[in-house]
Design a protein around this ligand. Structure first.
Ligand code: AMP
Length: 115
């Protein structure tokens, strides 16, 4: 079951964190990385991930890493709203294949929405 799978260190986001795969980096600190989604749902679609937590999803991520990620989600949502002036901004996070998750390293989507 994809909700309780073992973390795969070869997943694409783990490779991006290690520098083994490219990304368009928007933000990085010791704990959190944010980059543009390769297949954006809208202009400015951003992904935010923990760098040091080998967690597949919300169920197995440690709370401290989750809090650090969420602080950056808010920081970037504010920056995206200021910079891109969308009409709305959607923040989402999927857990398990049945919920639409395709990359099994926990991540949050920030999707600016335009009328
Ligand atoms: P999810 O469906 O929540 O697992 O979202 C995974 C997201 O990762 C999708 O929106 C993909 O477009 C995106 N994605 C997949 N591969 C890459 C990549 N190499 N760089 C940036 N985004 C990616």
């Amino acid at each position: 079951m994809s909700l309780t799978r073992t973390y795969d260190p070869q997943n694409i986001f783990a490779r991006i964190i290690r520098g083994d795969a490219p990304c368009y980096r928007l933000y990085e600190d010791e704990d959190v990385l944010a980059f543009l989604d390769l297949y954006p749902q809208s202009y400015g679609h951003t992904l935010v991930i923990p760098k040091r937590s080998a967690a597949c999803n919300l169920l197995d991520v440690d709370t401290d890493a989750l809090c650090r990620v969420m602080a950056v989600v808010q920081l970037l949502a504010r920056a995206i709203v200021e910079e891109l002036q969308p009409d709305g901004v959607q923040v989402s996070q999927f857990n398990g294949t049945a919920a639409g998750q395709t990359v099994f390293h926990i991540h949050f989507h920030i999707v600016p929405r335009y009328e």
